[in-house]
Design a binder for this molecule. Structure first.
Ligand code: CP
Length: 277
C-alpha cells in the first residue's frame, strides 16, 4: 500500500525499544515511506548538539513526521511545540505519561476477541505508578465505554488520583481479578524506581504475579495481555504468558496494523514537506 510514498519519517528513540520502534519502522516501510532510524547514541547529540538543533537539521531534509520515544514525560509534546509547521509528531512513549499507540493496539486486540466493550471488566495488574501504558489504556478504554476498569497493585505502585481516570483500585489481586474478562499484566519498571517500592521480586510475585491459579479466578475465557517487555516469573508466569488465553504476541502483530493506520491517517491529511520546499 504506497499511501506514504514520497514521505520521510524519522524514528527518534532516546530510550530502548523493541516492539514500538520495529513496528513503526515496518509500518512506514509497508506504506512505502522513506524511514530513518536516528541512532541517538551515535548521532551528533553525543557531541553536544541540542535537541532543537537536531530537529532543525532533520527538518532541513524535509522530513514529514517524527516518531518520538523519550524517558521524560512531556518530551513528545515539547518536540511537537518546536517542530516546523506541518511536521507531525507521534508519541511512541514518554516517561510515565502516555503511550497512545500501545493503548490503541491494545483496544483493537480486545475488540477482536470481545467486541462489546460495554459488557467488559478489564483489570490492569502491577506497576501502574510507572506505567505510561496503563494511563493511556485507562483513557482509551474509558472513551470506548468499558463497563468496569480496575487497577491492581501494592499501594506503593498505585498513583494518586488514578480513580479520576475511571479506575477502581484493588490492592488484593484475588479480589481485583475476580470475574475479569481481560487481565493486563504490567512490567515491574525497576529502571524508573528511586528507592524500594517492593520488598523483593519473589515477594512481589507471591502477591501480584499472574499465575495459573490466579488466572483461574477470572472468567474462564479471560484474555491475558501484556504490553511487553515481560519479566517472566516476576509479574507473569511463563505458563500464563505462553498459554491458550494469551494474546501477547497478537498485540505485537496488531501494533503493526495500528501504526500503519495512525501514520496514514495523520500524514494523509498533510501536504508532503518536500513539496513545500
Ligand atoms: N510495549 C512497548 O512499548 O515495548 P517496547 O519498549 O519494546 O517498544
Amino acid at each position: 500500500m504506497p499511501l506514504l510514498r514520497g514521505r520521510t519519517i524519522v524514528n527518534l528513540f532516546f530510550e530502548a525499544s523493541t516492539r514500538t520502534r520495529t513496528t513503526f519502522e515496518l509500518a512506514a516501510a509497508r506504506l512505502s515511506a522513506d524511514v530513518v532510524n536516528l541512532e541517538v547514541a551515535s548521532s551528533s547529540t553525543s557531541k553536544g548538539e541540542s535537541l532543537l538543533d537536531t530537529l532543525a537539521t532533520l527538518e532541513a531534509m524535509h522530513c514529514d513526521m517524527f516518531v518520538v520515544r523519550h524517558p521524560e514525560s512531556g518530551a513528545a509534546h515539547f518536540i511537537a511545540e518546536h517542530a516546523a509547521e506541518g511536521v507531525a509528531v507521534l508519541n511512541a512513549g514518554d516517561g510515565r505519561h502516555a503511550h497512545p499507540t500501545q493503548a490503541l493496539l491494545d483496544a483493537y486486540t480486545v475488540h477482536r476477541h470481545k467486541p462489546n466493550f460495554s459488557e467488559l471488566t478489564i483489570a490492569i495488574v502491577g506497576d501502574v505508578l510507572h506505567s505510561r501504558v496503563a494511563r493511556s489504556q485507562l483513557r482509551v478504554f474509558g472513551t470506548l465505554g468499558v463497563n468496569e476498569l480496575r487497577v491492581i497493585g501494592p499501594r506503593t505502585l498505585i498513583p494518586a488520583a488514578i480513580e479520576e481516570l475511571g479506575a477502581r483500585v484493588y490492592t488484593d489481586l484475588d479480589a481485583g481479578i475476580a470475574d475479569a474478562d481481560v487481565v493486563i499484566a504490567l512490567r515491574l519498571q525497576r529502571e524508573r524506581m528511586r528507592g524500594a517500592f517492593v520488598p523483593s521480586e519473589g515477594e512481589y510475585y507471591r502477591h501480584y504475579g499472574l499465575s495459573v491459579e490466579r488466572l483461574a479466578l477470572a472468567k474462564p475465557d479471560c484474555l491475558v495481555m501484556h504490553p511487553g517487555p515481560m519479566n517472566r516469573g516476576i509479574e507473569i508466569a511463563s505458563e500464563v504468558a505462553d498459554g491458550a488465553q494469551s494474546a501477547i504476541l497478537e498485540q505485537v502483530s496488531n501494533g503493526l496494523a495500528m501504526r500503519m493506520a495512525v501514520m496514514s491517517h495523520i500524514l494523509g491529511a498533510r501536504v508532503p514537506q518536500a513539496e513545500l520546499a
